[in-house]
Design a protein around this ligand. Structure first.
Ligand code: ADP
Length: 235
């Protein structure tokens, strides 16, 4: 479902080079809920951005949903994102002048679907996240937790194969974080959505099927083995 081989990303700023990703090989199966964890600056967001086609790696191969995306041009990448991928960001990235329903309909409209169909799809998915009573509200009339649920609905409106979430709870208190994580869990279980989430909160670990630990731009193999063993020993 997601296969990554020898992924490298070097950021160049003038004469300075930062090797943010130094050869990562991973596989994520369809329907998995995977956490990407590691210290600040270890390369978690860099990895997510390469997997989510929001950035291009310096080298390495990425296969998403059976497609080798390494060879796609910009237009093909945009189309692929729209058809197969969904995104949730820590700052929600909603359009403040639009209603909740309009925000959620945007990715469906971008696919060129008829307006009534897009609004119906938005209403459907807003019901999934428990916001069916908020369709006509403007974004600023909602709490942070509700806004993040709107952005989850927007990520799901095209029923993408994979949802990428970059620290979606970073601006939320514990109660709202739990609501959001429970929602991802439900979406993962009930809709079969593959979810890949960056997090640095240890207590989020209980929600993930599997954790990919990153350190200094590489897989932290030792920690993956240790945590894997601990998780396995309880069952
Ligand atoms: P994390 O998400 O684990 O905090 P990041 O992926 O954001 O880590 O960053 C990994 C490394 O790459 C850091 O040293 C960071 O400073 C560097 N980096 C990230 N994005 C850029 C960029 N656009 N330009 C230059 N360096 C960057």
């Amino acid at each position: 479902m997601i296969e990554v081989a020898e992924l490298k990303k070097i950021y160049r700023m003038g004469a300075v080079e930062v090797a943010a990703m130094r050869g990562v090989t991973i596989r994520i199966d369809r329907g998995e809920f995977v956490g990407i964890m590691g210290p600040s600056g270890s390369g978690k967001s860099t990895l997510l951005h390469q997997l989510g086609l929001l950035d291009r790696p310096t080298s390495g191969r990425i296969i998403l949903d059976g497609t080798d995306v390494s060879h796609l041009d910009d237009e093909q990448r945009t189309r692929f994102r729209l058809m197969h991928l969904g995104y949730v960001f820590q700052d929600y990235a909603l359009v403040s002048e639009l209603t909740v329903q309009e925000n959620v309909a945007i990715p469906a409209l971008m696919q060129g679907r008829p307006l009534p169909e897009c609004y119906a799809a938005a209403a459907d998915v807003l019901e999934n996240v428990g916001l069916q009573k908020r369709l006509g509200h403007l974004v600023h009339e909602l709490s942070g937790g509700e806004q993040q649920r709107v952005s989850i609905a927007r990520a799901l409106v095209n029923r993408p194969a994979i949802v990428f979430a970059d620290e979606p709870c970073a601006n939320l208190d514990t109660e709202n974080s739990r609501t959001v994580l429970d929602l991802f869990r439900t979406v993962n279980r009930d809709l079969g959505q593959t979810v890949v989430m960056v997090s640095h909160e240890p207590w989020h670990m209980e929600y993930f099927d599997r954790i990919i630990f990153i350190r200094d731009g590489m897989l932290d193999e030792e920690r993956i083995a240790r945590e894997g063993k601990q998780a396995g020993s309880g069952s």
